[in-house]
Design a protein around this ligand. Structure first.
Ligand SMILES: [Zn+2]
Length: 329
């Protein structure tokens, strides 16, 4: 069967990282910005490894400058998501890129993105919520400023706080102030760990930042005691298999630990991370997981149920999405 129209919930998606290449190229042209080094000859994003990926990512985001750019970006991304059957998504938003962590500027960007999300919901039936995200390799001081932007706009559409960026720099605990600030503002927490960092980075994320979800977290598989802790405590992993394969963490979907983690009782979900960078979509993730592990409707229905339970939205929104998922089943 085709998984394109199967209703999906996606929890781990970076807004800039989901920018369709054609959209970024078009915007670069309008603004006279040269992005030759960002794309390969077929027009896809081109990078060699994770460090280079971060560089290309930041170069591509150079074209996104104004709230209006972000309004258009949000619409372009949601169009792609909706085309792949996504009915609910959460996206990481970076005040670093949206107004340089200035609260007043951030509110203008946020207003534009929310407006686009409302339009997409009305026209395409897809619901979006935002998770404000600090960038690890920018350091703890900038993370504090990001957390203040998050706290100032918490509630309603902004539902969570998280951290992305280069896991190699600093420790999770260095960012505790930012996470405490966000928690006190009522935001729910997630952080990238256990992607390039080993199991210890996941332990630190749970202990030092007290997050309820982990971005990736797949390297927990290297530590059976940690797998047991995750299964017992119900920490949810935002697993992005295609991203991990594209960045060389695992040689193939078949070698990816998502199925083993799931069998061990860990709550896993499926997302795309930065889909055009990794040549993927939610449809492709389902297809590859079906091929690798023979997962079918029951499996994906169960994964979506975990995802919507772990979503950071309010209960009314959750109930509405659950009804949509059940109607489709
Ligand atoms: Zn990510």
């Amino acid at each position: 069967m085709s998984w394109k129209d199967f209703p999906k919930v996606e929890l781990h998606l970076h807004l800039e990282g989901a920018a369709p290449p054609a959209f970024v190229r078009g915007l670069a042209q309008e603004k006279g910005i040269n992005l030759d080094r960002v794309f390969d000859e077929r027009g896809n994003y081109a990078f060699r490894d994770f460090t280079h990926f971060l560089q290309v990512y930041e170069a591509a985001t150079q074209v996104l400058k104004t709230p209006e750019d972000y309004r258009r970006l949000t619409l372009a991304v949601l169009e792609q998501c909706a085309e792949n059957g996504v009915i609910y998504a959460e996206t990481f938003l970076s005040p670093d890129f949206c107004g340089g962590r200035d609260v007043i500027a951030w509110k203008e960007y946020l207003h534009a993105m929310k407006e686009a999300a409302q339009q997409a919901e009305a026209q395409m039936g897809i619901t979006l919520r935002g998770i404000v995200t600090c960038i690890r390799h920018f350091g703890p001081d900038k993370a504090r400023e990001t957390a203040i932007c998050a706290a100032e706009t918490a509630g309603g559409w902004i539902t969570g706080f998280g951290m992305g960026g280069d896991e190699g720099l600093g420790r999770q605990g260095d960012f505790a102030w930012a996470f405490d600030c966000a928690r006190e503002a009522g935001l729910r927490l997630t952080t990238h760990a256990g992607e390039f960092g080993g199991p210890e980075s996941i332990r630190q994320a749970v202990q030092d930042l007290k997050v309820e979800r982990i971005g990736h977290g797949v390297r927990a598989i290297e530590d059976p005691a940690l797998v047991d802790i995750l299964a017992e405590t119900g920490v949810v992993l935002e697993v992005c298999p295609g991203s991990n394969v594209a960045l060389g963490l695992y040689p193939s979907y078949g070698a990816h630990p998502i199925a083993r983690l799931r069998e061990a009782g860990v709550k896993v979900t499926v997302s795309t991370d930065d889909p055009p960078f990794f040549n993927t979509t939610m449809t492709r993730e389902y297809e590859e997981l079906e091929r690798a592990f023979r997962w079918g409707i029951e499996d994906f229905t169960a994964l979506n149920a975990i995802a919507i339970d772990a979503a950071f939205c309010d209960e009314g929104t959750r109930t509405g999405i659950k009804e949509k998922l059940e109607q489709a089943a």
